[in-house]
Design a protein around this ligand. Structure first.
Ligand code: CUA
Length: 193
């Protein structure tokens, strides 16, 4: 059968072997060039612009957050370290953030640590590029610094159920002197117990 078909088919014009190899080689060089260019851009931006995945993969048992470990009640809220850096720990759960308001100092490295007690929530601080997903079983770490004082909305921006639209907290950015005078309780309630 195949013999029959060969007989009736008109053979296409044959490209000389050398020309085909040359075309293949050019395309290979173009592809390799693009690949290296893209890898270069990824490495360059990663190193110079600090564009990298939000955090290492850190896992946590979402069913026992309140009982033990980093996210027990007395660890939540704002902690300030010796060097002046500040860590904020927040639990996201249907349909609230605990604590619901945090006060942080302006122009200071802030490390947010969040986790979820139930479903996936979103962490977004208004007027900034601070945005991450908060997934049960994992800890989300976001490092940032606020350039000016202000009262910022922190809505959940990941649909999490019927109460999603009402789920929000606030981040209040204050001058360092104001922050230093505040008690830990005031820092994690914004002074309105
Ligand atoms: Cu929590 Cu949407």
């Amino acid at each position: 059968m195949s013999v029959e078909r060969e007989e009736t088919n008109e053979l296409p014009e044959i490209v000389p072997e050398g020309a085909a190899t040359l075309t293949e080689r050019r395309w290979f060089i173009a592809m390799a060039g693009m690949l290296f260019l893209m890898m270069g851009v990824v490495v360059f931006t990663g190193v110079t612009q600090m564009l990298h995945p939000m955090s290492d993969v850190e896992t946590i048992d979402a069913t026992s957050l309140h009982k033990s470990g980093e996210f027990t009640e007395n660890n939540l809220g704002v902690t300030s370290q010796a060097g002046g850096a500040v860590t904020v720990r927040i639990i996201a759960q249907q349909y609230m953030f605990v604590p619901h308001c945090v006060t942080v100092p302006v122009k200071t490295p802030i490390r947010f640590r969040l986790t979820s007690a139930d479903v996936t929530h979103g962490f977004f601080v208004g007027e900034t590029n601070t945005n991450a997903m908060v997934v049960p079983g994992f800890i989300t770490t976001v490092r940032t610094s606020f350039g000016k004082s202000g009262d910022l909305e922190m809505p959940c921006d990941e649909y999490c159920g019927y109460g999603h639209h009402g789920m929000a907290a606030r981040v209040i950015v204050v001058p360092k002197e104001t922050f230093d005078k505040m008690s830990p309780d005031e820092r994690m309630s914004c002074g309105t117990q």
